[in-house]
Design a protein around this ligand. Structure first.
Ligand code: SF4
Length: 465
């Protein structure tokens, strides 16, 4: 069940038929990464067109406004606010006119030195239109005196720190860049147009490629910039520049919770990794039980892996209602129970008098886990053992994920036994950090797991332990 708020999603298409429509489908596929606002900018080589609005992709776009987004280049964004406020000013793409022409930007992540850069820019006379950290880039590019946009972008990237998967659109070119840590995912795909010409797509998750018939090529490397150019000419070109030295540290939580299971992120299939998390959990906790059930949907793949490894039957003991929109519930104890019950309901006939292992992806405040255990016990469960397919979350994220402060994270403030008692589980267990690493398999790089071990990678966050 959703306990963390996802980051944003970005997409860019270059030399693609119906580019804006392709971005629309890609954003639709990545709706899970942000539901507050959505937007697309496109270019026909002469002018950039932008449409954005608050709400889901299907609410923001319709046939009429998509038709106005002309051209074969486009960038798009789904927003979940991690920086800035919730007004439309803070929705992306961010569009601006400046002395080289027009530019539009989409960003997934969080710039950790944004306040420092912003105060310097304001000191130098910049006037900001939004609260977005991304707007710093518009000003850095506009104030730069170099002749080429490429050089201005490179200079700007060199002064920002933190997490970013960025796509810039000018009237004729597109630039995709990933931070040197590769904290946020970004992958590259190829689209074959109807006339046989080749176009490109870059997106946060590869599930976006499937919907538009794109072929996965690879992930954009940490610190790498991809330059797409030549629109309107015989052949478009794709150039790779390593603009910053790579220091790979991608977010491990993409595997645990954020990314869609049908996506490939950091070069690995998310579903397979999630099943491995469950298998490792089963190796670490040998508990006799009648069945293993997932907390839907986030615990499903890990529960399948757990059942396979342990030999205990997998059952869908809790059914999720997918149609719960906004609920208007008072923050009382009984109302909180109702909130969980609106979304999740156990199958009492299955659960009654049974000893159950429940698998979930993480524990944040502990209140949801407590309610889930309560509804299972009310349904007649004899014992409920809660196992979590990640280590204990003890520290917030500064890289574009909306997490509570440390003092609200129950595992940061309470011992394991205190948490177990609070949620009223018969057993409570978390996957070890070693088990997490084993689940991902042999890797060519380390992963950020700072919310579990406080090892933040960037210079601005290192001190915030
Ligand atoms: S702190 Fe946690 S959520 Fe944030 S980037 Fe690192 S692993 Fe991901």
């Amino acid at each position: 069940m959703k306990q963390w708020n996802e980051k944003c999603a970005v997409v860019g298409t270059y030399n693609v038929d119906n580019a804006a429509l392709k971005s629309y489908y890609a954003l639709f596929a990545m709706q899970h990464r942000g539901q507050e606002a959505s937007g697309i900018s496109s270019s026909d080589g002469k002018k950039i067109y932008t449409h954005k609005g608050n709400g889901l992709v299907t609410k923001v776009f319709n046939e009429k406004n998509l038709k106005k987004l002309l051209g074969k280049i486009s960038i798009g964004h789904n927003r979940y606010s991690t920086a800035g406020k919730e007004s439309l000013d803070d929705a992306q793409p961010l569009f601006a006119r400046y002395n080289l022409g027009e530019i539009s930007i989409v960003h997934n992540g969080n710039l950790t030195n944004a306040d420092f850069i912003r105060s310097q820019l304001i000191e130098a006379g910049a006037i900001f239109q939004s609260y977005l950290d991304t707007e710093n880039l518009i000003h850095l590019i506009a104030q730069n005196k170099k002749e080429k946009l490429l050089d201005r972008i490179i200079d700007s990237i060199k002064v920002i720190d933190g997490a970013y998967a960025l796509i810039f659109l000018s009237r004729r070119k597109m630039f995709a860049i990933r931070d040197p840590y590769g904290l946020r995912p970004l992958c590259l795909g190829k689209i074959t147009n109807e006339d046989g010409s080749i176009g490109y797509i870059t997106a946060s998750e590869s599930c976006a490629f499937d919907l538009v018939g794109a072929e996965y090529i690879r992930e954009v490397n940490p610190g790498e910039m991809l330059i797409f150019e030549g629109i309107g000419e015989k052949i478009v070109t794709l150039t790779s520049l390593q603009v910053l030295p790579p220091r790979p540290y991608p977010c491990v939580f993409e595997f645990i919770y954020f990314a869609r299971p049908d996506s490939k992120v950091f070069g690995k299939n998310v579903y397979e990794v999630r099943k491995n998390l469950g298998k490792e959990l089963a190796k670490e906790y040998k508990i006799p039980a009648d069945m293993v059930i997932p907390v839907p949907d986030s615990g499903v793949a890990a529960a399948i892996g757990f059942a396979k490894e342990s030999g205990i039957d997998f059952e869908l003991g809790i059914i999720r209602n997918h149609y719960v929109g906004r609920t208007f519930i008072e923050p009382t104890q009984s109302a909180r129970e109702l909130k969980v019950r609106l979304k999740l309901n156990p199958i009492a006939e299955l659960i009654k008098d049974k000893e159950i292992i429940v698998i979930d992806d993480s524990i944040v405040r502990g209140t949801t886990s407590k309610q889930i255990i309560k509804i299972l016990k009310i349904a007649g469960a004899k014992k409920v053992h809660l196992l979590i397919s990640s280590p204990q979350t003890i520290s917030p994220c500064y890289y574009g994920v909306d997490t509570p402060n440390s003092n609200e994270l129950i595992c940061a403030t309470h011992s394991l036994e205190e948490v177990r008692k609070f949620i009223e589980a018969d057993t409570l267990g978390f996957l070890s950090l070693e088990g997490l690493k084993r689940s991902i398999g042999t890797t060519h790089h380390n992963f950020c797991q700072a919310c579990f071990d406080k090892n933040y990678v960037d210079d601005y966050t290192k001190g915030k332990k």
